[in-house]
Design a protein around this ligand. Structure first.
Ligand SMILES: Cc1ncc(COP(=O)(O)O)c(C=O)c1O
Length: 382
């Protein structure tokens, strides 16, 4: 346990001055290989796929921010999820939140299933359904909470109890809330996953992913995956994420303040239905959000009547950008059925409840009055 509070950790964990020069920022070690000190001896690094000083610093910061024992940086969020499942074996069974990022479903269905690993999609907001899905060969329960884009919450502590009783581990995709607003390991999860592309980088200028483990065997397993499969984050991207992390608590505070204000505004608009934001008392899992999260975040989605209405709205926004992704300083709006969930079948979307009129918002750190005015005029064009 670190003696420091969160913003202090964000600025300093892994980010001590460079021992060689005193540089206060972590240097970008653009070296694929390192001079050895003899046969079989080195200064801590030999080849950058196995380890790089810039990446080490980021991995230290990630572990500290999630309260884990080791952090592992990958080239994208998807590479991190691929790393998460890389050590599963033929005959293993995975339970996955049904309401999950469609890229996760694409990886599981089009690649992982081919290795003879069974994957079952379950409404993990229903603990009884999770319990019913557990099998003797269930090795992993992978959950996303809040989920993408319907903001359905899963009780992390509840799932951990069920999974552990059945001998399985729990991994949580914590991308939507960032490490600032949710600590899955403290709630009993075993592994945390992030797309650092989102709030950790925070500026929409790089791709990255991370796994944070809670046990020595996770460190061993994920180091092997990094070294053997090679999907590691580049030193320059590590620098960008380290830089982003320093302001993450501040940014997330502003994202969240704006998110609450936008959700309040949208909740009263006559053209908006089925607004999903866990910070509204009308959200069916508001109490769980208060219990397990440290804030409500800045992601939300709502329904317009049709794909045409969604197109009119997206065509009219001026400050919000019609773009995929989330967690950057700029506000984004996207049509879920053709962007984040364009790669899953209509049947899968129907089962999830993603209609053609569903629009997702990632609220940035602009002035909230301007954001609300932009939404007002864009909804007026519908
Ligand atoms: C919740 C969630 N998990 C994982 C990913 C994949 O991350 P990346 O795009 O960095 O590969 C995304 C991307 O949008 C996401 O939203």
């Amino acid at each position: 346990m670190s003696p420091y509070r969160y913003s202090t950790l964000a600025v300093h964990a892994g980010q001590h001055p460079d021992p060689l020069t005193g540089a206060v920022n972590v240097p970008v070690y653009l070296s694929s290989t390192f001079e050895l000190t003899g046969i079989g001896s080195d200064r801590g690094w030999d080849y950058s796929r196995a380890g790089n000083p810039t990446r080490d610093r980021l991995e230290t910061a990630l572990a500290a921010l999630e309260g884990g024992t080791s952090g592992h940086a990958f080239t994208s969020g998807m590479a991190a999820i691929a790393g998460l499942v890389a050590m599963l074996k033929t005959g293993d069974h995975v339970v996955c939140s049904r309401d999950v990022y469609a890229g996760t479903v694409r990886l599981f269905e089009q690649i992982v299933r081919g290795y003879g690993i069974a994957i079952e999609y379950v409404d993990t907001s229903d603990l009884k359904a999770v319990e019913a899905a557990m099998k003797p060969n269930t090795k992993l329960v992978h959950i996303e909470t809040p989920s993408n884009p319907l903001m359905v919450l899963t009780d992390i502590a509840g799932v951990a109890k069920i999974a552990h009783a059945a001998g399985a581990e729990v991994s949580v995709d914590n991308t939507f809330l960032s490490p600032v607003l949710q600590s899955p390991l403290a709630l009993g999860a075993d592994i945390v996953m992030h797309s650092t592309t989102k709030y950790l980088n925070g500026h929409s200028d790089g791709l990255g992913g991370a796994l944070i483990g809670s046990k020595p065997e996770h460190k061993e397993r994920f180091l092997l995956v990094q070294k053997a499969a090679g999907g590691i984050m580049s030193p320059f991207e590590c620098f960008l994420v380290l830089r982003g992390i320093k302001t993450m608590p501040l940014r997330v505070k502003q994202h969240e303040e704006n998110g609450r204000a936008v959700a309040e505004y949208l909740s009263t608009h006559s053209k908006v239905t089925k607004l999903a934001y866990p910070g509204l008392k009308s959200h069916p899992q508001y109490d769980l959000a208060v219990k397990q999260q440290k804030g409500f975040g800045s992601m939300m989605s709502f329904e317009l009547k049709s794909r045409e209405e969604a197109a009119q709205f997206l065509g009219a926004i001026k400050i919000f950008l019609n773009a995929e992704s989330l967690g950057g300083v700029e506000s984004l709006a996207s049509h879920s059925a053709t962007t984040t969930h364009g790669s899953v079948s209509q049947e899968f979307r129907d089962a999830m409840g993603i209609t053609e009129g569903r629009v997702r918002l990632s609220i940035g750190i602009e002035d909230k009055e301007d954001l609300i005015a932009d939404l007002e005029q864009a909804l007026g064009a519908v």
